[in-house]
Design a protein around this ligand. Structure first.
Ligand SMILES: N[C@@H](CCC[C@H](N)C(=O)O)C(=O)O
Length: 284
């Protein structure tokens, strides 16, 4: 089967995108297709697959599948790429529009120069903080902030945040010491997170900057995670490491995102998105 695709990335977090306004793929093939396109040797090479589809609730819809074929409910970098594509391909006519995700609709604004989108701001909604909304097992509390979290012989301290998908944030003294390879997969699959978790290590540089590295659920180490950067700002605020209602520059492996958790409780993310390639994937 020949499947038309576009490859895009947000700060190096790359996905193969299918425009389902133009073509269709059967639901039962999607998980397998995500694994195949993601393979760097036998596929296109990406962190997963994203579907851009017609929506009855918003202007356009987005679904995300991780590299291992599992479906996620939200994707910050994917949202910026979807927004860029939707505007440039004429799926939407205005610079301000809505995208539907499996975790709700988000408001989007694209900045345009010569008909090209060069920056995207997304209202990522209010973080969900209760233990059951992560979800994380244990006594239901309003928040899970700096809670001791034993992994093997070590005790780490976790702050848990849902941005529509689950994040476990750990603060480290220096980002170079973030134990991504050693602990990323172990924490992702820890039974205390029944749906798995995205794992972030964060260094507070000062009250306006964070250094950030991520192990993503279903994809492993990636160069950036938009929902993760939002979760990091929320977690740093909850731990009183940065002030609320201030724009924070988050340094990810693939570049920077600007994130603000505002007075009304909404998290705003601003960054760019790039098109890498377009073509046809030969799916067998
Ligand atoms: N890269 C994403 C998040 C993708 C989904 C995530 N791995 C999950 O399973 O929740 C982002 O930019 O937010």
């Amino acid at each position: 089967m020949e499947i038309p695709f576009i490859k895009m990335h947000g700060l190096g977090n790359s996905y193969v995108y299918l425009d389902l306004f133009k073509s269709q793929v059967a639901e039962e093939l999607l998980s397998d297709l995500a694994q195949k396109v993601s393979n760097v040797n036998t596929g296109i090479g990406s962190d997963g697959l994203i579907l851009i589809h017609p929506s009855e609730e918003a202007d356009v819809g987005m679904r995300i599948f991780n590299k291992d074929g599992s479906e996620g409910k939200n994707c910050g970098n994917g949202l910026r790429c979807t927004a860029k594509y939707a505007y440039e391909a004429g799926l939407v006519k205005n610079r301000i529009f809505q995208i539907e995700t499996k975790s709700g609709n988000v408001d989007v604004e694209v900045m345009v120069h010569n008909e090209k989108v060069y920056e995207i701001t997304i209202n990522m909604g209010r973080p969900r903080l209760s233990r059951s909304s992560i979800p994380m097992v244990g006594e239901e509390l309003e928040t899970v902030v700096n809670e001791p979290f034993k992994v093997g012989n070590q005790v780490l301290y976790v702050t848990a945040v849902s941005m529509g998908n689950p994040h476990a944030v750990f603060f480290v003294d220096t980002i170079a010491e973030a134990p991504l390879n050693e602990l990323g997969e172990i924490i992702e699959r820890d039974p205390r997170f029944p749906e798995g978790v995205n794992v972030e290590f964060v260094e507070v540089v000062n009250d306006r900057e964070l250094n950030f590295r991520v192990w993503e659920r279903g994809s492993g180490i990636t160069m950036a995670c938009g929902t993760g950067a939002c979760a990091a700002v929320v977690a740093a605020t909850l731990n009183q490491l940065i002030p609320k209602n201030q724009t924070i520059r988050v340094h990810l492996d693939g570049g920077d995102l600007m994130v603000k958790w505002d007075q009304a409780g909404f998290v705003w993310m601003t960054g760019n998105a790039e098109v890498v390639a377009a073509g046809t994937f030969h799916y067998v």
